[in-house]
Design a protein around this ligand. Sequence first.
Ligand SMILES: *Cc1c(COP(=O)(O)O)cnc(C)c1O
Length: 408
Amino acid sequence: MSRNRSEELMEMEHEYGAHNYHPLEVVISKAEGIWVEDPEGRRYMDMLSAYSAVNQGHRHPKIIKALKDQADILTLTSRAFFNDRWPVFAKKLADFTGKEMILPMNTGAEAVETALKTMRKWGYMVKGVEKDKAEIIVFENNFHGRTITIISFSIDPDATDYYGPFTPGFKVVPYDDLEAVEKAVTKNTVGIMVEPIQGEAGVVVPSDGFLKGLETIARKHNVLLAIDEIQTGFCRTGKNFAFQHEGIDPDIIIMGKALGGGVFPVSAIAANKDVLGVFKPGTHGSTFGGNPLACAVASAAIDVLVDEKMVERAAEMGKYFMDGIKAIQSPKIKLVRGKGLLIGVVLNESAGKARLYTTALKEKGLLCKETHDWIIRFAPPLVITKQEIDQALKTIQEVFASTPIPCV
Ligand SMILES: *Cc1c(COP(=O)(O)O)cnc(C)c1O
């Protein structure tokens, strides 16, 4: 039997690409808005949004125009020289975050590394912590990226096995446990880094007041609070940033994913001058950080979010979608949680593995991904309409009604 193009490509990837992912068996060769298409012309609704990197929808016309226009003028200068895009983008992102300064990088992991370096440097230069003694508090089941330092405080064996030795200086405490944080603080603590909702852990939403409590502890002990908004930021949860649900003012905001408008990696941290001021020329950097092409794209990515009121859309559509999923009465669903258009469906043990359901959903034209074996995450682009959500709900309903409970 002859293979179709999708099968050929999947085989080719299996042969030549390292196996560090386990993708669903679908090849995407085209996309627009919330829709993607495979080489055979089958259309799918994208309910993952590249882990929230495509909040604005695939190939948003204003973002693609910014990309093309800038590509015709200037793409890369390095920071050895000024360029005419970075200052404009820095001001825009500073305004959007309410912070005084921006430090640009490329991937999310680099922005996290930048936040860690900032907290340590601030700890030594401003707080006066003894050399090489700085401690940073992080949380169980965290996901902040894949560098050696970042996985040094992961508790997921898949992320850490055979990668040691690890970077010291981190204390891991239970998520959503303020008492544990308070106990972990010492005179050497320079920072607390937290996800406002733990996306990779399975859309784990902490109790109301947890972030507020972290802010209180940080202020009391003269410690910096860094919020990792890489997945939750840029309107995903129905606020510009998820920490705004609790009205707090973190010292460092870590951003990535949707900042690149679904085009390519753009990341940054935002903070005030008393914090980001610790950097002097030559002490940190990135060849591509702040490049004109990235700045043009990221500026358009922010404009689109603001102009198209995606924060309201995410709140409204998120509630509609969440209510719809909750209304699906299935013994396979244990609970539904999330905020805005970041939704996790936790399965009962008897339901079998989440992969069964994401595969069945794919067969019916809906793409989403399991996190762990028992959670399905739904995070469509924020441009999704009510009718499209209705269509998705119908598909989800059908899959939960029909997928047989497998023998385990
Ligand atoms: C995706 C993600 C990262 C890492 O971003 P990369 O661009 O993959 O390096 C860090 N933190 C959170 C919360 C994320 O979701």
